[in-house]
Design a protein around this ligand. Sequence first.
Ligand SMILES: NC(=O)c1ccc[n+]([C@@H]2O[C@H](COP(=O)([O-])OP(=O)(O)OC[C@H]3O[C@@H](n4cnc5c(N)ncnc54)[C@H](OP(=O)(O)O)[C@@H]3O)[C@@H](O)[C@H]2O)c1
Length: 307
Amino acid sequence: MSDKGNQVWGRGIKMGIGAWSWGDRLFWDYGKSHDLDDVREAFQTSLKGGVRLFDTAELYGWGKAEKVLGRQLESSSQPVQIVTKFLPLPWRLTRGSLVRALRGSLERLGQEQVDLYLVHQPWPPVPVETWAEALADAVEAGLARHVGVSNYGPDKMRRAHQVLARRGVALAANQVEYHLLHRDPERNGLLAEAERLGVRVMAWGPLGQGLLTGKYSPENPLPGVRGLAYNRRLKEVQPLLRTMREIGEAHDKTPAQLAISWVIAKGPMPIPGAKNGQQAAENAEAGRWQLPADAVAALDEASEHLA
Ligand SMILES: NC(=O)c1ccc[n+]([C@@H]2O[C@H](COP(=O)([O-])OP(=O)(O)OC[C@H]3O[C@@H](n4cnc5c(N)ncnc54)[C@H](OP(=O)(O)O)[C@@H]3O)[C@@H](O)[C@H]2O)c1
């Protein structure tokens, strides 16, 4: 492996921030529930709180989220880490389409290189191996410092790892859904296999896309498209939220903070989304706190049948 391939990515990074809502209207109501000023505050507050990794994708707001993040980067001289993603759309059939897409992302972000470039989904028809070769091309072209995948199960992750290893490039990360209401990565061997291969697991949706914040209930359901996806779960999560409130009261922490620190305690890097400065500050504080082992065990038990 080259020096580049041997660097272990993200070991010292406890958490990042998800920037999907910074420009996405359909799912996250950008322009209605929050605007550019809120994003600016979320960005600045995260930096002040020690959170320096920002996760976006070309998909988010169809490029808008990358542009909004790019505007924040323009106005800041602080060191940050940027993660973005390639979407294997069905008409993207050749290896070269990944590097072309990355160039588009870099232009929207106003950057010459990203820290981490991920294949967003292992979608057919193009095999995992072809996109892994393309990721290595992106590193060789100097457009991405590190590369990884997202939503890959253990087998596909292993296959991508093998192809990259042959090119002397490390598979740095696998970004998957992981939170108290979705614990598949613990059960399907993903976390163990990532550990074995030296792949950093990033956890998307650590707040259950709002369900774990405690602010939604059958009387106050989630809005819009999110409601269609999640409102059916509002009743069943209430006992877990009660446990989270009890533990939170003992430690002066909110349910959102417990949800984030539970992921950190399990090992993966949570990347909670935040729409404004207040959410960003609260979430960043969770990253500076350690959830005690008895609280981890209590949350494991309370979420066991839900996840
Ligand atoms: N790789 C993938 O396939 C994939 C998929 C999904 C997401 N992601 C990435 O993962 C990131 C995080 O996931 P996510 O944004 O989908 O879900 P999430 O982090 O579980 O939830 C974020 C939402 O929760 C609410 N919230 C955040 N902090 C809060 C707080 N302290 N108190 C109360 N409410 C709070 C906000 O929405 P409201 O205020 O409107 O409730 C916020 O937009 C995304 O931004 C994206 O970068 C990746």
